[in-house]
Design a protein around this ligand. Structure first.
Ligand SMILES: Cc1cc2nc3c(=O)[nH]c(=O)nc-3n(C[C@H](O)[C@H](O)[C@H](O)COP(=O)(O)OP(=O)(O)OC[C@H]3O[C@@H](n4cnc5c(N)ncnc54)[C@H](O)[C@@H]3O)c2cc1C
Length: 325
């Protein structure tokens, strides 16, 4: 029996959809321009840096250390500044005098993730990908050269299978002889009514969309698979936002939501090819937005090529294999 497809991608989230596009793009501006030209969707890319506000001396010390480490790990290529309150308010006058300072890095940016996902789906389908929504893959079996994927009563066959099913990657990877340890980490977010644009760029604590809504929130909660919102965290996030920008105190919240991050043990992506079942790949990461151009470029090339990529090999899940230590 011949295969239905060359490749089946399990999971059509930000990671799976970017892989499906497989556009060769080196950087965000090129990637965003390519999506706009091919789909007509402007994903709202702003690449004018980002801030992380520090309200206490402890937060300042922790952030300074974190920035120093990133700079060391990138052999000095990562550029950042630690700004005191005066320097910060010279750039964003609405910041409260109560804020001790902030880190600033010109490398940060912002896109609208809903528009990004929409554009990726439009692009992948224009490229000829068949999308099967609401079809949970229950099982995958393998014999040489063929993967059989069972989903929603169908059985589809392909020479290659890519797992990008978020938190379900761990279970599916196990079936194909891969160890892909991922765990949930909840984040809660608040969305406000629209206000005049005042935030010139992204910050870790809040962002403003092109349309004017503010997205507030950076909670990191280890609560298993619980996706509910809590009054305690909503209150804390809102209070912190007002301490940073007192002008927000009268603003109305439109909604609050929670979602689960897909976390690897060290926070770094997993790009893994199965040795036991050649042709099976797993892609897991938290930063599916930031890494979308890489997933649609080098990672998609690695999956569709025949040679292992030396840089991608560094991200293999073998680093979690205790027999390697
Ligand atoms: C609070 C929060 C803040 C975030 N902030 C950032 C940020 O600042 N920058 C950034 O880059 N990223 C950020 N992210 C992460 C980003 O939004 C992506 O969601 C993340 O990378 C995971 O993408 P994914 O496609 O792997 O998984 P998911 O988004 O979980 O998508 C997986 C897809 O697979 C499907 N699926 C699952 N199981 C199966 C199965 N068995 N069969 C078929 N389909 C299946 C699901 O329905 C879903 O459509 C954040 C996420 C959260 C929750």
């Amino acid at each position: 029996m011949s295969n239905d497809f060359d490749t089946i991608i399990v999971g059509g989230g930000l990671v799976g959809a970017a892989l499906a596009c497989g556009i060769a793009a080196k950087s965000w501006p090129v990637f965003a321009r390519g999506l706009r030209e091919t789909t007509g969707i402007d994903i709202g890319l702003q690449q004018n840096g980002g801030y992380d506000f520090c309200l206490t001396a402890d937060e300042w010390d922790a952030r300074s250390e974190e920035m120093r480490l990133v700079r060391r790990h990138t052999r000095g290529e990562f550029e950042y500044e630690m700004l005191d309150n005066a320097d910060l308010r010279a750039r964003i006058p609405q910041v409260s005098p109560e804020v001790l300072g902030a880190s600033y890095s010109r490398h940060d940016g912002h896109v609208n993730p809903l528009l990004l996902l929409h554009a990726l789906h439009r692009r992948m389908q224009a490229l000829g990908c068949r999308y099967y929504p609401n079809r949970r893959v229950a099982a995958i079996s393998h014999e040489p050269g063929v993967f059989s994927v069972s989903a929603g009563g169908d059985r589809l066959r392909a020479a290659r299978v890519v797992l990008s099913a978020g938190l379900d990657n761990q279970r599916l990877a196990h079936e194909l002889g891969m160890h892909v340890p991922v765990a949930p980490l909840r984040g809660q977010l608040l969305i406000t009514e629209r206000v005049e644009n005042f935030l010139p760029c992204a910050t870790l604590q809040l962002r403003q969309t092109r349309e004017g809504s503010l997205q507030i929130g950076d909670s990191h909660e280890d609560v298993g698979l619980d996706e509910s919102t809590t009054l305690e965290v909503i209150t804390r996030l809102a209070a912190r936002a007002v301490r940073i920008f007192p002008q927000l105190s009268g603003l109305r919240l439109q909604r609050a939501w929670a979602a689960l991050r897909v976390m690897t043990p060290d926070g770094i992506p997993i790009y893994h090819a199965s040795e036991q079942c050649p042709g099976a790949f797993a892609v897991s990461c938290h930063s599916g937005v930031t890494l979308a151009p890489l997933h649609a470029g080098a990672v998609a090339d690695w999956i569709s090529g025949d040679q292992p990529h030396p840089l991608i090999a560094e991200f293999s899940a073998q680093r979690f294999d205790i027999s390697n230590t």
